[in-house]
Write a new protein. Sequence first.
Length: 362
Amino acid sequence: MKYSEQFAKNKALIQSKTVCAGFDGFVDFLIKPVKTRTDETTCTYFPTIGDFGEKIMSLAGRSGNVELVMKSTDFGGCGPHYMNGLANMGVSCTCIGAMGYPTQHPVFNLHPNCKTISIGEPGYSYLFEFEDGKIIMSDIEKISQLRWSDLIERVSIDELVAHFEQADIITLVNWSYLVHFHEIYEKFLELVMPRLAKKDRKVYIDIADCAKRQPEEIKAALKMFGKYSEYAPTYLGLNKTEAMVMHSVLCEGEYAGSIATAKAIKEYSGIGTVIIHPVDSAAAVYDGGEVEVSGIVCENPKKTTGGGDNFNSGFCAGLLAGLDVKSCLISGMTTSFLYVKNGKCNSFDDIAQTMKMYDDCE
């Protein structure tokens, strides 16, 4: 059966499932730096990170100005982006995160299929998007203050157990950015996971860009996440930047590609499945096998922020359907492609239809 047909066939099953995620949240300001301006309505933007970098470097030793155009203000964070992707597919979701406290920030207008529970103040991200990538500059002063004690004061351990008990996939995000999240995920492992009834659930982890964390912190996090496998099959998703940091921490020599790096991470951590998804491919190493698939790149992306989170949405939709790892990679790449192309989350039917571009993939 073709990948698109297999995915479409499982629509009712996927939409019968529940996912619960925590615990981040950001307000995103999408910004375009101006290269030239003709009049008040006409300008050009720096097309690539390299072009913008050259402009910045040219100002060293003197001074200068770069005009910025604010394109949009939207909700952000790994959890909200990921959950909104699944909710748009028809999955019932609960997103517990830093979305404003005691009053939730109105920007977090996720799809109605996603229940939001806010437990702290969000971070603020300034997103510079270019044709070849993005630069994210974040103000994490408020969200960095969130601790386990704050979380269980606002959502008790009993309530956490009740929310995550319902979940077919438990998702933990953004360990890297937020200094107290290691403690939160250790306490979650110690106090919540053992109380969940045994069922066919999965744990999916996205740690976000870990470049600023120390090697020993990264190693400790990997070992801690590996312990989640004692309670459920556990998956770790990484983009290429994150994978390269992991490689530098765990391996010697030059970056050796997705499969080799995923093997090293899996062997060190004990995590059941390690996924690495660069822009142009996706790979996974899992118990009993490995697979790598070439991806179809969107040539004219409308929005890249959230593309990796929507890969996670698509991959996890495949998990909810019980698909094999290769099929999950393809559903992840398709979901991300559509999001980047259209600048928004897409419906289940649109994703299934677009997945036909992978039907001849070997």
